[in-house]
Structures are given as C-alpha cells and as structure tokens.
Write a protein that binds this ligand. Structure first.
Ligand code: NAD
Ligand code: UGA
Length: 466
C-alpha cells in the first residue's frame, strides 16, 4: 500500500484551515497544502502576524506557528496542489440553495461540482478524494460520475470523512476527537483508501475512535448528528418558555434531566436560539432529502426544530419590545455579543442578527459590543437580510469597542452571545450609567440574577420566571 506523502485540501475556511493545520502538525512527514480561490483569505493564512489569521480559534495560532512553512502551506495555486497530491480533501462551502429547485432547503452543490471538474481536468495519476464538506447522502455517486466521465483516465477512490468540530473549540475537538468517521467502498481499493486515511488520523487518535462505514452511512451520519444536536437545543428552548410561565427554572430542569445518563448533560443550555453556518442548513437539507423521497412525516418532524428556533429568536425580540412599554422607537438598546457563540468571530446565522432585525423594524437604536466581531461584518450581516433599509441600518447601528460605552445611557441591555467576560463586568457601574428602569434581557442565562436584581436591574432571563 502506497504511503500518503502529499495532501491537498480545496477550501481554506473554518473547516479546511484548522483541520489541515492539525493534520500537518500531527504528521510532519506529510506535506499538506491548503488552497483557496480567495486570495485575501490565503494571504491572511500566510500573514507573519498570527493575530491576522482569517479565523479566530483558541489554540489555532500555536498549531499554525508550529507547522506552517515546515509541512503546512497555504496557496492559491489550486491546479498545482491537485496535481502533486495523493489525497485531495474537498472542504468548500455547501450553502442552502437560493434559487431554482429546492430553493431555501437543498444544499447548493455547485462549488463541489466545480472542484470535481477541476480535479478531473488536472489529475494525471490516481487520487483519493475525501469529502470533508457536509453533503447530502449520495453525493459521492455524483462525484464519481464526474471524475470518471471527464477525467484523464486515472482512477479515483472517493471517501466520505465528515467533520464534527465545533467552532470556538475546533483545535481541541480535532486533537481529541470523540470519533473520526470514514466511509468508503467495500472493495479492495476502497478498503485500502480507507486504511490510508485511517493511518493519517491514527498518528494522534486511538484506533477505536476511528470508525469506518459505507459511504452512504457516513454522509448521512453527519446530517443526522447535527440534526440531533440542534433538536436538543430546540427541545430545551421549548421548555424554557414553559418554565417562564410555571415558575420552574430551565437550568434546574436541564441539570435534573441531564443527570440521567440516557439523556446526558450536554447541549441542554436554553438560549436565544442556535445559530452558526450549519445547523439550520443541514436540517433543511435533511428535510429536503426526506420530502423528495416522499417521506413527508419525517420531513415535517425535523422541520419543527427550525420552526422552534425561529420562534425563540422572535419571542426574545418581542419580549424586549413588550417590556419596554411596547415601544423601542428611538430608544438605545445595547447588545452584548454578535457572534453565534462565544470564542469565535463567526456570525453566520447568529441569533443576534434576527433579534436586531426585529428591533430595527421597531426603530430602535442599537449599540453593539462583541470582543471579536468587526463593525463591517455586523453591517454586512444586516444588509444581507435584504429586509432593512440600508440607510436606517447606518443611522441606527453603532458598534463600539468598549462594552461600558455600549451600555451607557441605554434603556436596555440584551445578552446575545455567552462570552465569559460579560458576567465579570462591573454591573453596578453599568446600572449607574443606564436609563431607569434599567432592563437586562439575558438570552444566554449567564448573569447572576440575584446580584443584578439587588443592584436594581429589572432582569429577564430566558427560562426563568422573573
Ligand atoms: P467556509 O466558507 O469558511 O470555507 C469554504 C472555502 O472554500 C472558502 O474560503 C471558499 O473561498 C473556498 N472555495 C469554494 N469553492 C472553491 C474552489 N472551487 N476552489 C478553491 N476554493 C474554493 O466554509 P466552512 O465553514 O469551512 O465549511 C465548509 C464545509 O464544512 C461545509 O460543507 C460545512 O457544512 C462543513 N462543516 C463546517 C463546520 C464549521 O464549523 N464551520 C463544521 C463541520 C462541517
Ligand atoms: C456544530 C456541531 O456542534 C459540530 O459537531 C458540527 O461539526 C458543526 O456544527 C458543523 O457541522 O458546522 P457549531 O455550530 O460550531 O458546531 O457550534 P455548537 O457548539 O454546536 O453551537 C451551535 C449553536 O447552538 C450556537 O449558536 C450555540 O450557542 C447553540 N447552543 C449550543 C445552544 O443554544 N445551547 C446549547 O446547549 C448548545
């Protein structure tokens, strides 16, 4: 069996960048080249100042520092990297389709297909192709068809190796993965290709955590894993509203049910709604697959997870308006947090965007502080909604780099992301400088309810009867 000595990864984003960095760190004998069409992104990956890497992830800069220039390279020379590689990971984006059949639900596979056609055009020797992007079940069949029908007569093995890292903990998740999943064909060549990929991961993970399955199980398991995780968040969020009206406390309910080892304690934190680039996209994809196969009850079941999430975001925004005497027009609302979760600068599908949309429609002025998200990103997120007047966005949104400034003279503070630093602020100082009554809406359940109430705040915390 040939040893893999040269890996290429197409797509240097949130998955490609960190994953290839760790593979290179743990396999110094393998040359790993991560390529992307986006020149600015590649330049940022190559920046001497590690603070300028295109992605913020705890621990990432250290890994890049160790491997970059040794056996880890970032480049825009896609053809050259494909040509030299024994194994090619495809880690490009697979967003929800915004046009045509399946619009708003199905995964848009145009970037994947472009990669396949490019590989077929360039490759002059046998390659192992690894699906790292999250894909609808059966995509490997389409890849195979393109590669075999448009290629130079070389042979391909297609593996599915979905990524389970979560943002904010990507490096930890990669270095200490619960499991790595590899799907391949049950043929001699398929088993050999799987073993070659197993060997790469086995350089740092115990063999028993590396699962091999058939390709379809692997592709489908990724969508199902995300659907199950998101379903837990929607389930506890549904219970949060029930807690508010019954006097139960959602964090106590979470703890009580989570201690049952059959339920488990993770992913039971009530919130203003899950965000991120994948949960919604992957569930919609699952819903689309089920309904196009005629499994309408299955589709409806999973769609409810999304509907509940939308409801939670809107409910939080409505609560703010209602509590502020049914009008937020021209009032200053401070947002703490814009990222979809702590420890990342990623804002894709962040609940903050949708809460802001509602409040802007009510003509509120919003002052935003997030430790890692820049103003341009926030404005782009709001403009991309397509539902708001760009002039109103510029007029009513302020982004500041000091949280106390964001909250100064505000009518209300809303916690949208669970950054640790928020709980440690001098809340007495915040209170003294706010309009009265001083309202706080904790969408993440991170503040000390008793202490803040003692200071004088009027506090609403999701899942608690305030
Ligand atoms: P991303 O948008 O951050 O990165 C994708 C990159 O691919 C972009 O930089 C883009 O320029 C590049 N690209 C697109 N087409 C290209 C081409 N033809 N040639 C070269 N480069 C090309 O996306 P991401 O968050 O890294 O996600 C990638 C895939 O991984 C998606 O399928 C996603 O569902 C999946 N995934 C994401 C996460 C996550 O935490 N973000 C976790 C697990 C799985
Ligand atoms: C998620 C999965 O956890 C990863 O395994 C998967 O690889 C990834 O999606 C993907 O395919 O993209 P990620 O979206 O980065 O990772 O982050 P999560 O920690 O899963 O959080 C997702 C959202 O759910 C965040 O908005 C978070 O705040 C929210 N959440 C999470 C809650 O509201 N409550 C919880 O208890 C947990």
């Amino acid at each position: 069996m040939k040893n893999i000595t040269n890996i290429c990864c197409i797509g240097a984003g949130y998955v490609g960048g960190p994953t290839m960095s760790v593979i290179a760190q743990k396999n110094p004998h393998i040359k790993v080249t991560c390529v992307d069409l986006n020149e600015a992104r590649i330049n940022a990956w190559n920046d001497d100042n590690l603070d300028n890497l295109p992605i913020y992830e705890p621990g990432l800069a250290e890994v890049v520092k160790e491997a970059r220039g040794r056996n880890l390279f970032f480049s825009t020379e896609v053809d050259e990297a494909i040509d030299k590689a024994d194994m090619i990971f495809i880690s490009v984006n697979t967003p929800t389709k915004t046009y045509g059949e399946g619009k708003g639900k199905a995964a848009d596979l145009k970037y994947i297909e472009l990669c396949a056609r490019q590989i077929a055009r360039v490759a002059k020797d046998d390659k192992i192709i690894v699906e790292k992007s999250t894909l609808p079940v059966k995509t490997a069949e389409a890849l195979k068809s393109i590669l075999h029908n448009t290629g130079n007569g070389v042979s391909y093995q297609i593996l599915s190796n979905p990524e389970f890292l979560a943002e904010g903990t990507a490096i930890q998740d990669l270095q200490n993965a619960d499991r790595v999943l590899i799907g391949g064909d049950d043929t001699e060549e398929g088993r050999e290709a799987m073993q070659q990929l197993v060997n790469i991961y086995a350089s740092w993970l115990p063999q028993e955590r590396i699962l091999t399955t058939n390709v379809w199980s692997s592709e489908l398991s990724k969508l199902v894993a995300n659907a199950f995780l998101a379903q837990r968040v929607s389930s506890i969020n549904a219970i949060s509203e029930l807690c508010e009206v019954t006097g139960a406390d959602v964090s106590e309910v979470s703890r009580s049910i989570g201690m049952d080892s059959r339920i488990g304690s993770k992913f039971l934190k009530a919130s203003v709604g899950f965000g991120g680039s994948c949960f919604q996209k992957d569930i919609l994809n699952l819903v689309y697959i089920a309904s196009s196969l005629g499994l309408q009850e299955v589709a409806d079941y999973w769609e409810q997870v999304i509907l509940m999430n939308d409801y939670q975001k809107h409910r939080f925004a409505r609560k703010i308006v209602k509590t502020l005497y049914n009008t937020v027009a021209d009032k200053k609302i401070a947002f703490l947090g814009w990222a979809f979760k702590k420890d990342t600068n990623d804002t894709r599908e962040s609940a903050a965007i949708y809460v802001a949309e509602k409040l802007l429609q009510e003509q509120a002025n919003i002052s935003i502080y997030d430790p890692k998200v820049k103003k341009e990103q926030i404005i782009t997120d709001l403009e991309n909604l397509g539902t708001l007047d760009p002039e109103a966005i510029h007029k009513r949104i302020t982004v500041v780099s000091n949280p106390y400034e964001a909250m100064k003279e505000a009518h209300a503070v809303a916690i949208l992301t669970e950054w640790d630093e928020f709980a440690a602020y001098d809340w007495q100082k915040v209170y003294d400088n706010m309009m009265k009554p001083a309202f706080i809406f904790d969408g993440r359940g991170i503040l000390d309810l008793k202490n803040l109430t003692k200071i004088g705040f009027q506090l609403f915390s999701l899942g608690k009867s305030n």
